[in-house]
Ligand binder design. Structure first.
Ligand SMILES: NC(=O)c1ccc[n+]([C@@H]2O[C@H](COP(=O)([O-])OP(=O)(O)OC[C@H]3O[C@@H](n4cnc5c(N)ncnc54)[C@H](OP(=O)(O)O)[C@@H]3O)[C@@H](O)[C@H]2O)c1
Length: 276
């Protein structure tokens, strides 16, 4: 018999804004019981199905899993207090972009294990992309954590933190880049006379249809583009602009590089703050 997927009890979310909220939305939509979840957030803003408190002192017994879902810049401020409320049976799951396991271990010496998860906002609709990297050693919940992220879309364990960063540089910020591309396609439609509403729908459905077609058939992007473009035809004229001097590839590469550079800066800031 298949076991029903459950959240360890208690599971804490320390912070629950865009990313934490998206994860809880995805699990709720997937039918997971959020009763084991306690969210600690200063605003006390209510979250359907979970308990929300504004301070660690009100959060109850030590968590089995503590999900770090605040901004990386707040680690030095929040970690010392959280560390007082966890015990040797707590596994830390960090969503903090760029903050390495070694830095987290420095803040949480008592934790049973530490996992980094690089995920994205599409977890809210269970189409997220998540990379996981766990500290070496023997700690509980490894399989359960993998299953919990798989319930939110595509999830895989990465070989090392460099690979995790590589996945994050594409998937973490990816929805923002794709959103910009869809908006640009829509703007082009408006410039050619479509209403904003129709252009937005047409651009969105075009991207959705293309992604869906590729996902269901496994066809490569190159082959798909070739099937749309007949030689010397209209699409080819457009592709010639995007392909000239690899202009689109270069633009995306420098975009992803800029985000990766910022990730490295955040990791360095977190390392420096932890030894300060
Ligand atoms: N957004 C993304 O697409 C994305 C993608 C990949 C990774 N991430 C990672 O996810 C993490 C969260 O990002 P986000 O976009 O969700 O940020 P966010 O929307 O700004 O949410 C931050 C959360 O931190 C809480 N918070 C602030 N001070 C706190 C304190 N002293 N104690 C406990 N909680 C506190 C806030 O509480 P209130 O709600 O009460 O104000 C809020 O819930 C970041 O580390 C980021 O690197 C985000």
């Amino acid at each position: 018999m298949t076991e029903i997927l459950k959240l360890p009890n208690p599971t804490w979310f320390v912070g629950c804004g865009n990313m934490g909220g998206a994860m809880l939305d995805g699990w709720r939509v997937g039918g997971l019981d959020l009763a084991p979840v306690t969210v600690i957030r200063p605003s006390g803003k209510v979250i359907e199905g979970a308990t929300v408190v504004t301070s660690f002192d009100d959060a109850g017994k030590a968590p089995r899993i503590a999900v770090l879902a605040f901004k990386p810049q707040q680690l030095a401020e929040i970690a010392p207090e959280l560390a007082r409320h966890i015990d040797r049976g707590t596994v830390i799951v960090s969503l903090l972009a760029g903050v390495e396991i070694a830095t987290l271990r420095g803040y949480f010496p008592a934790a049973e294990g530490i996992v980094r998860a690089t995920t994205n906002l599409a977890v809210a609709v269970r189409r997220g992309v998540t990379g996981l990297y766990g500290e070496a050693g023997d700690w509980r919940f490894r399989d359960q954590i993998g299953d919990l992220f798989t319930a939110l879309g595509f999830a895989m364990w990465m070989a090392d933190e460099d690979k995790l960063a590589a996945l994050g540089s594409v998937a973490g910020a990816g929805p923002a880049y794709v959103a910009r591309f869809i908006a640009a396609l829509a703007k082009a439609g408006v410039e050619r006379g479509l209403s904003e509403e129709i252009a937005a729908t047409v651009a969105l459905e075009t991207v959705l249809g293309t992604a869906w077609m590729a996902a269901t058939t496994g066809e490569s992007m190159d082959s798909l583009a070739k099937r749309v473009a007949s030689p010397k035809g209209t699409t080819q004229a457009g592709l010639d602009v995007l392909d000239h001097d690899r202009v689109l590839d270069q633009l995306v590469a420098v975009t992803v590089d800029a985000a990766a550079k910022r990730g490295a800066e955040l990791a360095q800031e977190a390392r420096s703050a932890s030894v300060a």
